[in-house]
Design a binder for this molecule. Structure first.
Ligand SMILES: *Cc1c(COP(=O)(O)O)cnc(C)c1O
Length: 346
């Protein structure tokens, strides 16, 4: 099976497992795990912030930052298809009591005027808008890269209205690979940035939050409060260090694979796919109604040997990652051609 459902499906390589087995550990709640401390320093340095915090998941990374920046009843601006609103179980409202103001973007990218228009004026009737969250790269937008100039414009509007800024940078390093812009340049306008080790970087677990030092004591306390204090997790941090050292430089391979797959898909009759829209490791495409329902099409793909996720009615997402080679991509292209052939219509 060629698994293109997500870049979360990667498995730790033998070399990564070896690094995990060799890791020095200690009690991280006491701040005594040397491998976790090293990973947190690495992350802070890479993103140009004072300090880092290792957390079990990307959801926890986002939610600690929302709790840090906003009080119950506050309003937090997010893009309508953002991970925070779609895929985090309603945690912003249930864990921090905030309400989310959803603003539609263009393939996930917000327009400055649209954000400006929803920031609440101080008035006793209004909730206070206290935080703007952006997503890099934008998952549901199709792995779109937030242009740095747009980030700066949005940050200026946010700052001039007293809002804090958080970046859900789950796939920040894919943006870095696509543009050559340093992670620290992307991170600079934000108060807090989270990124995932368990996505395209290929680690089994974990995310990091980075911020300036003044927030870190509170973030550490909130991590404990949210149940994310961990003990001898140097074995997991070692996988993260290995990922940062070995799997960042290769991300452009995934992007080439995605582009190639999009080209193949766009040549299959009945498939609508725009290779020019592929910016990183995700390919979005639609299949004509005459070729089957969403569930039938997914089943044909599975029978042909390729797995992917549906993201709408006959709309699909294929994600390239560390565990799919160039040869797998060619093979997947043939499997899609078979799965989406009229011969499958019964
Ligand atoms: C995957 C993802 C997260 C975090 O998800 P976890 O499964 O909790 O690690 C956050 N934001 C985006 C955009 C993601 O794609």
């Amino acid at each position: 099976m060629i698994d293109l459902r997500s870049d979360t499906v990667t498995k730790p390589s033998p070399a990564m497992r070896e690094a995990m087995a060799q890791a020095d550990v200690g009690d991280d709640v006491y701040g005594e795990d040397p491998t976790v401390n090293r990973l947190e320093c690495m992350a802070a340095e890479l993103l140009g912030k004072d300090a880092g915090l290792f957390v079990p998941s990307g959801v926890m990374g986002n939610q600690l930052c929302i709790r840090l920046h906003a009080r119950p009843g506050d309003e937090v601006i997010v893009e309508s298809l953002s991970h925070i609103i779609r895929y985090e179980g309603g945690s912003a409202s249930s864990l921090s009591g905030v309400q989310l103001m959803c603003v539609p973007g263009n393939r996930g990218i917000l327009a400055v005027e649209d954000v400006k228009a929803v920031i609440r004026k101080p008035d006793l009737h209004n909730p206070s808008t206290t935080l703007l969250c952006l997503e890099q790269t934008h998952n549901c937008g199709g792995g779109t890269v937030y242009p740095l100039s747009t980030i700066h414009e949005l940050a200026e509007i946010a700052r001039s209205n007293g809002l804090a800024l958080h970046l859900d940078g789950a796939r920040l390093f894919n943006a870095v690979a696509a543009t050559g812009i340093a992670a620290s340049d992307y991170a600079r306008p934000f108060d807090t940035v989270s990124f995932c080790l368990s996505k395209a970087l290929g680690a089994p677990v974990g995310s990091l939050i980075v911020s300036d030092g003044k927030h870190m004591t509170t973030l550490r306390r909130l991590r404990k409060l949210f149940g994310g204090g961990m003990r001898q997790v140097g074995i997991l941090a070692a996988a993260g260090i290995y990922a940062l050292e070995h799997h960042v430089g290769r991300l452009s391979e995934d992007h080439q694979h995605a582009k190639r797959l999009a080209q193949v898909l766009s040549n299959i009759p009945g498939v609508q796919c725009e290779p020019d829209e592929v910016e990183t490791n995700m390919v979005l495409f639609r299949v004509a109604e005459k070729l089957g329902t969403t569930d039938e099409l997914l089943a044909h793909c599975r029978e042909a040997g390729v797995l992917l996720n549906a993201v709408g009615n006959r709309a699909f997402r294929a994600v390239t990652h560390l565990d799919v080679s160039a040869a797998d991509i060619d093979e997947a292209g043939r499997m899609f051609a078979q799965a989406f052939s009229l011969a499958n219509v019964r």
